[in-house]
Design a protein around this ligand. Structure first.
Ligand SMILES: O=C(O)CCC(=O)C(=O)O
Ligand SMILES: [Fe+2]
Length: 242
């Protein structure tokens, strides 16, 4: 598996095929299915213009308690791979609920809105192959303020570069299809990304693992967690900013 120090930093993303074997993915899908036999997962639906957020999620505290093999990947192998690709060390988020998730997206109804993640690096591991459901992103497409990722100036800058003609002139879109065992690492606070709707018959299931500098605090955390993991009504139109 060729993973060069700083490629992730320079290019903004890296794809590693065959990170998990078919058999490892099959076993993880079985464990997820067992978990679902005993837990009802909330459907999170945040309609919006363009691509909405609609998915089911197993959040990190449930993973720590009930899905230890995913928890171990998060704290071990994937963390090490991210560090090697980046060229410097990051760690799991202090906020476990948001740090590692299993996302489940049903055919013909799910998608994931365009956004930046709160954390520096997000890894995605696809456990199955589906029709549609591609992750789309614009690598390293952000003018990121050193202080105040969630400030109103940052929001204005983000909105500006997301205007269609600017995006198509200065951004270059990458589209990655879900494939069994494929891993994608991305500088998720700099890559503008989303998921296309899932087609066909099969549910899309993947693992999302996020890393940042140890001790990093995210000011918009509370609103963002409520938006992503609960069915509570939202006060803010975009919880990425305070
Ligand atoms: O499922 C994917 O491909 C990406 C999901 C995502 O962006 C997220 O969970 O923050
Ligand atoms: Fe994301």
């Amino acid at each position: 598996m060729a993973v060069n120090g700083s490629e992730l930093e320079k290019v903004g993303y890296q794809v590693v095929d065959g990170f998990l074997t078919d058999e490892q993915c099959r076993l993880l899908l079985e464990k997820i299915s067992d978990f679902r036999d005993h837990h009802t997962l909330p459907e999170i639906h945040r309609p919006m213009k363009g691509r909405s957020l609609r998915y089911h999620v197993i959040q990190g505290e449930q993973i720590r308690e009930h899905l230890p093999s995913i928890w171990d990947l998060y704290n071990g192998e994937v963390n090490q791979l991210v560090d090697r690709s980046l060229g410097f060390p990051l760690g799991p988020l202090g906020n476990t609920r948001a740090g590692v998730n299993v996302n489940l997206m049903r055919p013909n109804q799910s998608s994931y809105r365009w956004h930046y993640d709160r954390a520096c690096v997000t890894s995605i591991i696809y456990l199955n192959e589906v029709e549609g459901g591609e992750t789309e992103f614009y690598p390293n497409y952000r003018i990121l303020l050193r202080k105040g990722k969630n400030s109103s100036i940052q929001r204005a800058l983000d909105r500006f570069i997301q205007i269609k003609p600017i995006l198509s002139s200065f951004g270059s879109m990458v589209r990655v299809s879900p494939k069994v065992g494929r891993l994608v690492m991305m500088r998720a606070d700099r890559c503008w990304h989303s998921v296309r709707s899932v087609r066909g018959e099969r549910e899309r299931i993947n693992i999302i693992l996020s890393y940042d500098f140890p001790g990093t605090e995210f000011p918009s955390e509370e609103g963002l967690d409520s938006y992503l993991y609960t069915q509570e009504e939202q006060r803010s139109a975009d919880p990425n900013y305070s």
